[in-house]
Design a protein around this ligand. Structure first.
Ligand code: ADE
Length: 416
């Protein structure tokens, strides 16, 4: 088995610098690393990860490695892998299989490389590791104690496996922890998507009409930050409560069909397919910008974009122009892949500190408790969720009030 497969080991020094930069702003993860260093809880454990290979992820993988694990990592999106980070991780002793711009075949062959390690624990982002293991390597299932999943789209797939009774081992849904979705999905996506859009286009956001498809936690964050930048935000939704919430938050709500001719910037965050298709694209103005922040590149139909275009060409890094028959130019960012990672560095460091502390503690939970767990999807245990956010607050010097005994008693009772 190959030890690693990365693009260019000469980039390791640049990767290390980025990792060091991130690490200083990750007090939760680093305090957990200190806490478990002596105990080495992952000693003897082979840990397989499929994650976005950027600096914060490197901090997590390095922590697993420092705490004793033998770590095997593949990138969870062809455009989110940063080659210098991969090289630096190899220097840290992590078996990395990825390079930026990998083809779909290469993407899955790297996942297979990681599975060849015969892992004990899985850390997934998007559920491709679990899905590939299930479909192609069922003989490995008995070895896996369990794992954890980072993102909404991955959890959706694991829930489908659970419904069909084929989820192969216990998986913890990190995505659904309060310390995750309230911050990572909302404030993380809210900032990093705009970071990706602005870095890539150099466009002014103020005064623009921004169409946000999907008002889940990620959509809420992107709409909120878009509004704060001076955009007028239109939300498209299929769920009546979310649609009403968007209205109450001060956004307009309408169908994509109606929003298509109005928008200057379109951002998809639904987790579903063909949210923007040819009927919408044909109504759009010249020069519109489209980006996706859902896990898979299926929300803006690239097949439709191609089919209505007479010309397709790169205009700047990470920006593809589709010129339609009418002469309109429709711009797609980062090939319709997660714009915050394909065209940026992903979520802010301080946010990933929380999410990755949850990943670390969830993996530890699986190691310690797998024998009592069934092959189903578990929430992050409450004590872990509380520990992570409390550690964050302490690192910021924030103190909380405590209930007095009489307040506790009052809250337990019903008599006034
Ligand atoms: N960085 C690493 N993983 C990430 C994720 N799932 N979303 C955004 N930024 C990330």
């Amino acid at each position: 088995m190959k030890d690693f497969a990365v693009a260019d080991m000469s980039k390791a020094a640049s990767g290390s610098q980025k990792i060091d930069w991130a690490w200083q702003y990750m007090p939760v993860l680093s305090s957990l690393e200190d806490r478990f260093m002596e105990k080495q809880p992952f000693k003897g454990i082979k840990l397989a990860a499929c994650l976005h290979l950027e600096a914060k992820t490197a901090c997590l993988l390095r922590t697993f490695s420092r705490l004793g694990a033998e770590v095997y990592a593949a990138g969870s999106n062809p455009l989110s892998t940063q080659d210098d980070i991969c090289a630096a991780l190899v220097d840290e002793g992590v078996h990395v299989y990825s390079h930026r711009g990998m083809s779909s075949d290469e993407y899955f062959s790297y996942i297979r490389n990681v599975l060849d390690s015969r892992p004990d624990v899985i850390v997934d982002d998007g559920a491709d590791l679990v899905a590939t293991l299930l479909e192609e390597r069922p003989e490995l299932i008995e070895n896996v104690r369990g794992g954890s999943e980072e993102t909404t789209s991955g959890v959706k797939r694991l829930k489908a496996m659970e419904r069909q009774g084929i989820l192969p081992f216990p998986m913890i849904s990190v995505n659904d922890a309060d310390s995750k979705y309230l911050f990572d999905n909302r404030y993380g996506t809210g900032q990093s998507v705009w970071d990706g859009v602005m870095r890539t286009t150099n466009s002014l956001i103020a005064g623009k009409v921004v169409v946000v498809a999907g008002y889940g936690w990620c959509g809420r964050g992107v709409a909120m930050r878009g509004k704060a930048l001076g955009a007028r935000v239109i939300v498209t939704e299929i769920d009546p409560h979310r649609a009403f919430e968007a209205l109450m938050d001060g956004h307009e709500v309408m169908t994509m069909e109606d929003a298509a001719p109005l928008g200057d910037i379109f951002l998809t965050l639904t987790g579903n397919v063909d949210v923007i298709s040819s009927s919408h694209m044909l109504k759009m103005k010249d020069g519109v910008i489209m980006g996706n922040a859902g896990h898979f590149d299926v929300e803006i139909s690239k097949a439709d974009l191609k089919s209505i275009s007479t010309e397709v060409f790169e205009v700047r890094p990470n920006v593809t122009c589709y010129r339609t028959e009418s002469g309109n130019r429709l711009y797609l960012l980062g090939e319709g892949r997660l714009v915050n990672l394909a065209a940026g560095d992903g979520h802010p460091i301080e946010i990933m500190d929380l999410s990755f502390a949850l990943q670390l503690m969830s993996a530890l939970h699986v190691i310690e408790h797998h024998s009592e767990m069934e092959s189903r999807l578990y929430p992050v245990p409450q004590d872990i969720d509380k520990l992570v956010v409390s550690t964050k607050l302490s690192s910021l010097g924030v103190s909380l009030d405590r209930l007095t005994p009489s307040q506790e008693e009052y809250m337990e009772g019903w008599k006034e």
